[in-house]
Ligand binder design. Sequence first.
Ligand code: TXA
Ligand code: MG
Length: 316
Amino acid sequence: MTLYPASAENISLCADLLREGHPLAFPTETVYGLGADALNEAAVARIFEIKARPDFNPLIVHVKNLDMAGTLGVFPSKARLLAESFWPGPLTLVVPRREDCQVSLLASAGLPSLALRVPAHPVARQLLNMFDGPVAAPSANKSGQLSPTEAAHVVQNLPELAVLDGGACRMGLESTIVSCLDGEPVLLRIGSLDRAEIEKILACRLTLLPENDTRTPKLAPGRLARHYAPNASLRLNAQHVEDDEALLAFGPDLPPHGGLCLNLSAAGNVTEAAANLFGHLHRLDATARKIAVMPIPDTALGEAINDRLNRAVAGK
Ligand code: TXA
Ligand code: MG
């Protein structure tokens, strides 16, 4: 464990750590985040590894200001209004991802949208200014445990992690999430920013659409599946490859194949495989109609990879 008190020198050092692809806990006004360079797939895969998440939920991408957010996502007028009203602050906006956006596909679970937020905590702001790039960050705790609001909570829960210590979080509850994809903005998560304040600015009531709610077909057009699902059909645990199949491989020993093949990790490393998962699926999906997927061990991030692949098959 390395605890860095938030001096200017240490913040600069932490920005360097992010640049080198290391994950790092940092304070925001809501809770401590487990941050990594959002442009670096391998660094983002480490976040899921450290949190020991059994699935790949999309992460919030933190940026220094609205200008930088605008280089990553498309801001419809209402999203811009909310950003101008509440950033920096405890509001996360889900907006369409720009076509030229270079943010890790794993960070947004392969979705065509992106969750963006400009935190208000002075230490987070200095870190984001010095790093000068997007930082993907969920709360800095093991999956299923309480969100940390002090550096000591992070140290207790994730003792291996470097922590930038900025004292106790002022709000202690995660940011409010509003989705601005098409049509009216909808509330995805109640959080530190009072929904009444948002409704005042928008001059309308916000519908709450819980993140995992599937019972609201009326709102379905505004509600993208939370994960990327390939158009191609997937055949899992494949030991051989048919003539009309592309191969999503894993490990050094591949079955004979004549067609397109992408390897998630030739070394058989599940963290590397997680970093490549959505990018490889997108690339194979662009040309292949059938994809054979080699078995992936159910250990560590392998469990999240298999969860994702099983859902993609079940969704057909
Ligand atoms: O206060 C906070 O928001 C903290 C601090 C660190 O900023 N972060 C946080 O992140 O709570 P996390 O990863 O625990 O929450 C992200 C939530 C997920 O529940 C996810 O479903 C939603 O944001 N989300 C992220 N990207 C999304 C997307 N493209 N579409 C819909 N929901 C998305
Ligand atoms: Mg969390």
